[in-house]
Design a protein around this ligand. Structure first.
Ligand code: UDX
Length: 461
């Protein structure tokens, strides 16, 4: 099929490349000329494993191209709306200006029988409003709402092998679902579930899924707070309750909490929309979910201050991780970047590193010192703090690291290290929700590890 994808950010660029991979003829349209140029050159404008290869393959097949001209959608029968819906400035609600601008720019090019497919995450009620707008201009065109559930870091896989396909339709008898079935023929042939529903339910499926995930994370982080008050261990607790199939272990990793371009702004927009609809009481709990999440950042700063002996002033803190999660260069609402900035503001001298996110982080917070080398970050540090659980940080060798720092103190913001290994190597180890994992005898000022033995050793195991 001939398809257009309006908006080529995380969602749209991946969707366009994946649709071309499935054999469709795709044009991606975006207003950002530099992004379009990079995509046409086979370069992903953001870090996403597998995407550059897929872009090059699809561009090479001649089935994919990117353009800044909306007129290039002519000839496409289906138009995906994949623009961003960020949080409004100083408000909880979603900013829908890109959605309306995208649809309005598309309207002059719609032809009889065309289908517009919404993929962006929008407040409930948006699809019905857009459908009326489309009907006014092009009565024979139709709208479907087909939310996307992709995770950054797994975006290609999640798009090609979705857990489920959701079709929100104005009229299930209209036959619109057949066009979508043709597009997603491969996923359907693989037996992936497909659910047909009305617009409102489809919009709510997306935001309620994200609200549930956020709630699950804040639940375990609330347990972490109780563990800190009682001496219990939240990681062991999560393993134990996670064995109950009704609960499940996924999304029960306690630590610094959730961030990124979706969960935080989606739960806030959901609360704002519920308020507009007079159903605010139903979502009051999400305010607590948000507060628990934000409290983790403050607790991380407190723990760092503690291992620095009670004051951050003049302390050299090495920050490992800036992205909101591993395998991403995204620092939007990143708990890691927020903690790093807070530490600096409270008087610490922060040197931060991340395998992919340094360029984005330094644009957002130019005041921190950045490096791409773990070794540079930790050398002479008074405290090392792990804020994103990248594989290269999980496997760090405490003996080698110990030979570089000024004081062997580490705060594990993601519960991703083995406390015994670090304690056994002489480190003060602290983590969120695991008070007993702390080192019994802090060894401030002591240099551990074997500089000679470490010669030639790598930082990671
Ligand atoms: C999320 C949803 O998972 C996805 O379905 C939706 O389409 C977009 O939003 P994403 O933002 O890519 O995807 O990240 P996700 O993997 O969900 O992680 C979100 C945040 O939660 C990260 O900051 C992560 O570190 C944190 N998290 C996740 C935890 O703190 N603990 C966990 O157990 C899991």
């Amino acid at each position: 099929m001939r398809l257009s994808v309006i908006g080529c950010g995380y969602l749209g660029a991946v969707h366009a490349a994946c649709m071309a991979k499935l054999g469709h003829d795709v044009v991606g349209v975006d207003v950002d000329a530099s992004k379009v140029a990079r995509l046409n050159a086979g370069e992903a404008p953001f870090f996403e494993p597998g995407l550059p290869e897929l872009l090059r393959e699809s561009l090479g097949s001649g089935r994919l191209r990117f353009s800044t001209e909306m007129a290039d959608v002519a000839g496409s029968a289906v138009h995906f709306i994949a623009v961003g819906t960020p949080q409004k400035r100083n408000e909880n609600g979603a900013d829908l200006s890109h959605v309306y601008a995208g649809v309005d720019a598309l309207l002059p090019y719609l032809r009889e029988g065309d289908l517009v497919v919404g993929k962006s995450t929008v407040p409930v009620g948006t699809a019905r409003d857009l459908a009326a707008r489309i009907a006014e201009r092009c009565p024979s065109a139709d709208l479907a709402w087909n939310p996307e559930f992709l995770r950054e870091g797994f975006a290609v896989k999640d798009t090609l092998e979705p857990d489920r396909l959701v079709y929100g339709l104005a009229d299930p008898a209209s036959g619109v679902h057949l066009m979508l079935d043709e597009i997603y023929a491969q996923a359907l042939a693989d037996g992936r579930p497909r659910l047909i529903m009305d617009y409102e339910t489809a919009e709510l499926v997306k935001v309620s899924a994200n609200a549930f995930l956020a709630t699950k994370i804040s639940f375990i982080n609330a347990m972490a707070e109780v563990c800190e008050a009682t001496g219990a261990d939240v990681s062991v607790l999560a393993d134990a309750i996670g064995h109950d199939a009704r609960i499940g272990r996924k999304f029960l990793n306690a630590g610094l909490g959730f961030g990124g371009g979706c969960l935080p702004k989606d739960i806030r927009a959901f609360m704002a929309r519920a308020g507009e609809l007079g159903a605010d009481q139903a979502l009051t709990f999400l305010r607590e979910v948000d507060s628990i999440n934000m409290r983790r950042r403050a607790r991380m700063v407190d723990l760092t201050r503690e291992v620095c002996g009670g004051s951050l002033l003049g302390q050299r803190v090495a920050v490992l991780g800036l992205a909101f999660k591993p395998n991403s260069d995204d620092v939007r609402d990143s708990p890691a970047l927020s903690v790093a900035a807070q530490l600096q503001l409270q008087g610490a001298s922060v040197t931060a590193t991340d395998p992919e996110a340094v360029p984005n982080a330094s644009r957002r917070f130019p005041d921190l010192t950045y490096t791409t080398s773990i070794e540079d970050a930790v050398t002479h540090a008074d405290a090392v703090i792990v804020l994103t659980e990248w594989e290269q940080y999980r496997t760090l060798d405490p003996a080698v690291l110990g030979s570089l720092v000024a004081r062997p103190a580490i705060v594990d913001g993601r519960n991703c290290l083995e406390p015994e290994r670090w304690r056994d190597a002489g480190w003060t180890y602290r983590a969120l929700g695991r008070p007993r994992a702390a080192s019994a005898v802090p060894v401030a000022g002591r240099s551990v590890g074997l500089p000679q033995a470490a010669a030639g050793a790598t930082l990671s195991r």
